[in-house]
Design a protein around this ligand. Structure first.
Ligand code: NDP
Length: 465
């Protein structure tokens, strides 16, 4: 079976790339998100293979697209009415050539093997870009915390960990949060791990600072995405000051993207969740952000309440089956997609570009479809793909592991300083690799190539395993 996934990248002609892509399509026919992610990365690698025939000989591509281990398990739990529920749990341990597997857990009804394999694959290159010693992994469940009581969520997390604990460890695999897994879920998961193993170790990141977490970890993905945007703008002698910014999502990444945008003088004007989006032309101020955080993190409500509280804002309900998302029609300077994969399709990308957007920094993982990426590339806008722009979260997870090893805590200022430095290094690595391989300013190629070569060299050094 041959899939027709378009790639934004130019070089899909290298013989080895073509052959590996065909094999991946044959072996994973029902995994569209995974195939999309593999196409995107491999589409950048032709020129690298031309220069490094040793990678071809060692079959690095064939090996790097196969997860080292895929774990799938039953998660039975009892709901508040006494009924037994059964969900599916996963952990994809994708690549540990440069460090222990590292990557979040996603709890969402859409979770399946394809989505987690795409996320795990992306994570390999993202973690490599951070400059820290972390391999790539991802996991989760088709369980959605929406509408569940705290007690139900606790029982689910405990059951999930009853199996997962066998496969993870501070030097083996260190999960964190993602969609549907925030501080509350990490707490329940960690508590059960501690009880089962009788150890207090850094086996999960995103923990509360009272029991082993790092300051700035909750903020890190959103802050990092804004720092990356600022770096991109600087290449054109611009700053975020005064810029109108679209943000999608209303969770962890979106909230702290808005907070950092405000700190840098920008004007964020939108948020969204699966029920719809809010447009607030007056701008989401600190006071309004505080309302949003309380709404989402404590009352766990929906975004329409924002428009009921602040009349300058309008709420637009999600229209099922629509061919585009009207959120991306709002005129803006910069866009920060921070909800989920494939939330910007080709039509959305055209709307953004036609309405004046000249920067996209992806807080979410793979929020832009391949065809959407091609639009951004053709328009020559500053386009920071997720594996570079949202690497701040896992980078501070790496700093959480470093602090835990030393039994020390760094101040917020210290962690934020390091985060900013890491995002600047990632930006430079992308720019340098894109330049070196003849596609200056192409952050997709730059991030794929820079992330890949470090992992490939480690795999070469460690033999055929
Ligand atoms: P949260 O669960 O905190 O928030 C997710 C937000 O996106 C919610 O507002 C949710 O709305 C919305 N959303 C999720 N799925 C859909 C969908 N199918 N359609 C419309 N809206 C949707 O997750 P995070 O903020 O942590 O994650 C957001 C993105 O950032 C994800 O792509 C994640 O992989 C990525 N990311 C997160 C990192 C982190 O550190 N947390 C690190 C790097 C990347 P609703 O509540 O209605 O579902």
């Amino acid at each position: 079976m041959s899939m027709t996934i378009e790639s934004s990248s130019s070089n899909l002609t290298h013989e080895d790339v073509v052959q590996v892509l065909e094999q991946v399509e044959t072996r994973n026919p029902n995994e569209p998100e995974f195939l999309q992610a593999v196409h995107e990365v491999l589409g950048s690698l032709g020129p690298v293979l031309d220069r490094h025939p040793e990678y071809v000989k060692a079959r690095i591509l064939d090996r790097i697209v196969e997860p080292e281990r895929v774990i799938e398990f039953r998660v039975p739990w009892v709901d508040d009415s006494g009924d037994v529920r059964v969900n599916r749990g996963f952990r994809i341990e994708f690549n540990s050539a440069i460090g222990p597997y590292k990557g979040g857990l996603r709890f969402h009804h859409s979770v399946n093997r394809s989505i987690l394999k795409f996320l795990g694959f992306e994570q390999v290159f993202k973690n490599s870009l951070t400059t820290l010693p972390m391999g790539g992994g991802k996991g989760g469940s088709d369980f959605s915390p929406h509408g569940c009581s705290n007690e139900e969520i606790m029982r689910f997390c405990q059951s999930f960990m009853n199996e997962l604990y066998r496969h993870i460890g501070p030097d083996t695999d260190v999960p964190a949060g993602d969609i549907g897994v925030g501080g509350r879920e990490i707490g329940y998961l960690y508590g059960q791990y501690r009880k089962l193993t009788n150890t207090f170790t850094c086996v999960l990141t995103g923990k509360s600072t009272e029991w082993g977490g790092s300051l700035i970890r909750p903020e890190a993905t959103g802050y990092g995405s804004v720092y990356f945007a600022a770096e991109m703008l600087q290449t054109r002698d611009m700053t975020l000051d005064g810029k109108t910014c679209l943000v999608s999502g209303a969770g962890n990444v979106a909230q702290f993207t808005i907070e950092k945008l405000l700190a840098l003088g920008a004007k964020p004007v939108s948020i969204s969740d699966s029920s719809g989006f809010i447009h607030d032309p007056d701008g989401i101020t600190h006071e309004r952000l505080e309302f949003l955080m309380h709404l989402k993190n404590h009352r766990r409500g929906r975004v329409h309440e924002y428009a009921e509280k602040f009349p300058s804002a309008s709420f637009h309900a999600t229209e099922p089956g629509g061919d585009s998302n009207p959120l991306w029609q709002i005129p803006c300077d910069c866009a920060f997609p921070s909800a989920t994969q494939n939330e910007i399709n080709e039509i959305d990308a055209k709307h953004l570009v036609d309405n004046g957007c000249y920067l996209v920094s992806e807080g979410a993982n793979m929020p832009t479809t391949s065809a959407g990426q091609a639009i951004f590339k053709h328009a020559g806008i500053l386009y920071g793909p997720g594996k570079a722009a949202n690497a701040g979260g896992v980078a501070v997870s790496g700093l959480e592991m470093a602090q835990a090893s030393q039994r020390m805590y760094w101040s917020s200022e210290e962690v934020d300083r390091r985060l900013k430095g890491i995002m600047a290094s990632i930006h430079k690595a992308c720019i340098d690799a894109a330049d070196e391989y003849g596609t200056p300013g192409d952050y997709v190629n730059g991030s794929n190539i820079a992330g890949f070569t470090k992992v490939a060299d480690a795999m070469m050094a460690q033999g055929v395993i």
